[in-house]
Design a protein around this ligand. Sequence first.
Ligand SMILES: O=C(O)C(=O)C[C@]1(C(=O)O)C=C[C@@H](O)C=C1
Length: 140
Amino acid sequence: MKRMMRRAFSWGLVAIIGGGILISSEAASSAEGQPQSNSPPAAVSCDSLDEVRTNIDRIDRMIVPLLAERAAYVAQATKFKQTRSEVVDVPRIERIITKVRALAEERGADPALIERIYRAMIESYIAFEDGIWARTNTAP
Ligand SMILES: O=C(O)C(=O)C[C@]1(C(=O)O)C=C[C@@H](O)C=C1
């Protein structure tokens, strides 16, 4: 169940970050008020910059809690890494990039944009994780 919840959160994050296709506000609201699975996130066409920013602010309020939850898991990764050099795991990073690029494509978003966002994000998580590792360990 926990794994399912985590998966749902990850999908949510990618859905939020991966947006890009514009549809009318009528089409945006399906019967249940949710986008169809595998369809692009429902971005409505805005009539003003204020409306654009209101939507961006709303989405940011969803993204930040997900980033914070992700950080809490990244912090826990240090418990399982014996040496500081293990903090950077290049094969794992490349698997994530492959995964999120595929998710972006499924959502009709730009995979290159999503890759850049993820590489920048993971770089920050690595700095965060490295700091935690250094504070809680004495090994090299
Ligand atoms: O998977 C890990 O080992 C992590 O520490 C998480 C994470 C990430 O942010 O996804 C961070 C650092 C690693 O280099 C790889 C991935």
